[in-house]
Design a protein around this ligand. Sequence first.
Ligand SMILES: Nc1nc2c(ncn2[C@@H]2O[C@H](COP(=O)(O)OP(=O)(O)OP(=O)(O)O)[C@@H](O)[C@H]2O)c(=O)[nH]1
Ligand SMILES: [Mg+2]
Length: 336
Amino acid sequence: MDADRREMNDRKARPKNAGGNHSAPGHVVLCQRKFKYFMHKSGFVNIIGRPNVGKSTLMNQLVGERMSIITNKPQTTRHRIFGILSGDDFQIVFSDTPGFIRQPSYRMQEMMNRSVNTTFEDADLMLFVTETQEEYDTEDPLLERLKTAGAPVFLILNKIDLVSAERAEQMAEQWRALIPFSKVFLISALKGTGVSELLPAILDVLPEGPEYYPKDQLTDRAERFFVSEIIREKILELYHQEVPYSCEVSIEEFKETETKEGLPLARIRAEIYVARKTHKPILIGKDGEAIKKLGSEARKSIEIFLDSKVFLELHVKVRDNWRDDENALKRFGYSQ
Ligand SMILES: Nc1nc2c(ncn2[C@@H]2O[C@H](COP(=O)(O)OP(=O)(O)OP(=O)(O)O)[C@@H](O)[C@H]2O)c(=O)[nH]1
Ligand SMILES: [Mg+2]
């Protein structure tokens, strides 16, 4: 079963009345505290915001795993990814999402925005991430959408390490005046500052509910997906301007076998699709030097991720304007 289908089925299994008793009368709250260890809380906590504000860094910090790829380039995340944090008496299903783009230029970006919009529909809590270097137009449609979100919204003001404490507090005040957030947090996801205070506040808001996933499951995505993401992360790191944005990675073969010495070995064949013919020679580089470097860096990271030796084969293909091509987008997992 593919990840999206599994996600849908799990959603179906979710009881309709799973939400809500956190707002029940005081009596119930007292009981919850008293019988804390007999109650199981769970819910969907969706992390949204503009590109590059630190959403993926935050999710990785919250779940304690290097789940989503992170680069200093905007629009790194292209798909919604679950990061699941479980304890004996709780399960939080975080969603990392693509940065919301104000004016999409490609069908792909429209679809990325659409995947952000769906997170308003299934959230028990929204974490709206902005950062100290970011400015918003008060008429911004994303802000309008937040005002009418059905679920509570926490404001996460990230990258406070880049400004003085006074400036960060001043910015938080401006945000409070703009939107009635349930709570406001000033954090540095990169340094971990303020992140530990977030978890108890999230649990406070989440309703009583079942575990939606086995307690040892960390995500909804398969290993193959993460392998393609690692390759994409290296492309974003090694190439510049339009080139990394023109690339999509497709894992065509993933075979787990053994070395002669009996050690685990993954044989992986990946295709890198570029949206323009002129990008192919750039990706390959003079005498194949650039792609060799890409292959070597990606292989090292995949070996750490899989805890296995890796044989990685990369092929570059041209698929003209795939970012506006419905069939290609479907094949690359963008359709819903
Ligand atoms: N100084 C500073 N940099 C941060 C902080 N959090 C994240 N960053 C950096 O900001 C850049 C973007 O981080 P991401 O986590 O990829 O941001 P994102 O919101 O997921 O970006 P998209 O996937 O493009 O939407 C990276 O270079 C991070 O290292 C922070 O608290 N302080
Ligand atoms: Mg991201």
